[in-house]
Ligand binder design. Structure first.
Ligand SMILES: [Zn+2]
Length: 352
């Protein structure tokens, strides 16, 4: 029985090897995409793109990209045929509107958000009872945000901002707060790994598809925040936007906070979080001065348009090597979440 099975397997393998031998092979150069590679070989991407992807399924990245140096099979050239005279089938592809925007009206459960390792949320105190938080981790869905090179890995801003954000959500809940996680990943959970693989399946609370356009994305996010804000009218409500990039590329930064110029409550919140960071940094690295600061950045869409007082935080720069070292350690991501929580507790305590 086993012999027969092995024999069959050998046959299959050799058939496959034979079939592959019939295709022309070509190595992907640095910077090649499916289109550029096909064009260089004189093949039309429109005509041969799908066949190429089918043939090389195993060697494509998640976004149908090529891997430099890897060998790819070229589809066989087919004789050009005249198109059939009756071509009314233009509309066979589904219009863009057919893609559902609302994937579900039910938000993802906290247990699912935190993942199996952190599913339970032990109560620590009730110091944030009555407070409502909107946590908005930067980018997500089709937009990974800034990308840093870490050895042979790519670190995406949205994954690291997200991990700190869900950790923060969990501590806030453990202190009795009501938390809305505005960007949600259905299957990542809180992750302890160093390298957090990039994916594109994050959704917008409650379960909306995240648009690629930044303007549309932020508009959608803030519309949700403001809708919820109306529902909790009268309550202490705050929005925190968390990012891991900075405008000045390559720069090693500490943590920066931005608030809206006309928002005294936003400024106070930023200062309260800043105070915790200053003292924690002093304790952790006594010889290195902490350089993060609080400043006004009214041009940030979320800060400007949120009905809840908002603070925008840059936790570091994913493209900077020193900052990367800080973010790839799960304990450091947890520390950032804990420090933000401490600042939020101080702000809530002094709210009157
Ligand atoms: Zn960002």
């Amino acid at each position: 029985m086993r012999i027969a099975y092995l024999f069959l397997l050998c046959c299959l393998l050799s058939v496959q090897a034979f079939a592959q031998a019939a295709y022309r092979r070509v190595k992907a150069r640095n910077g090649d995409g499916v289109e550029t590679l096909l064009l260089r070989q004189g093949l039309s991407p429109g005509r041969y793109g799908a066949a190429f992807k089918q043939l090389n399924k195993k060697n494509l990245t998640r976004r149908h990209g090529l891997i430099t140096g890897r060998t790819y099979l070229l589809p066989k050239r087919v004789a050009t045929r005249k198109p059939p005279v009756l071509r009314t089938a233009r509309r066979t592809s589904r219009p863009a509107t057919a893609v559902p925007v609302v994937l579900s009206t039910k938000p993802i459960s906290p247990a699912q958000l935190f993942g199996p390792r952190y599913a339970g949320t032990p109560a620590q105190s009730s110091s944030l009872r009555g407070a409502v938080y909107y946590l908005s981790s930067g980018h997500g869905g089709p937009d990974p945000g800034a990308i840093g090179k870490y050895g042979s890995y790519q670190l995406a801003e949205d994954e690291y901002a997200y991990d700190v954000t869900v950790r923060l959500a969990r501590v806030l809940i453990s202190h009795g707060a009501l938390v809305y996680v505005m960007v949600q990943d259905p299957n990542d959970g809180i992750r302890d790994e160093n390298v957090l693989p990039m994916d594109y399946d994050e959704v917008q609370y409650p379960q909306l598809r995240i648009p690629l356009s930044q303007v549309q994305r932020l508009r959608q996010r803030i519309a949700q925040v403001n809708k919820l804000h109306a529902r909790h009218k009268g309550a202490y409500q705050r929005l925190l936007a968390l990012h891991v990039d900075s405008r000045s590329e390559g720069q090693n930064i500490d943590v920066f906070f931005y608030h809206h110029a006309s928002s005294a409550t936003g400024l106070r919140l930023a200062k309260n979080i800043h105070r915790v960071f200053t003292s924690r940094y002093k304790r952790a690295q006594p010889n290195r001065p902490y350089s993060g600061n609080v400043s006004e950045r009214g041009t940030l869409y979320e800060v400007r348009n949120s009905h809840a007082p908002a603070v925008f935080m840059e936790l570091g720069n994913i493209r900077n090597q020193k900052d990367q070292r800080r973010f790839v350690v799960a304990d450091n991501r947890q520390a950032l979440a804990n420090w933000i929580c401490e600042g939020l507790i101080a702000d809530y305590r002094g709210k009157q």
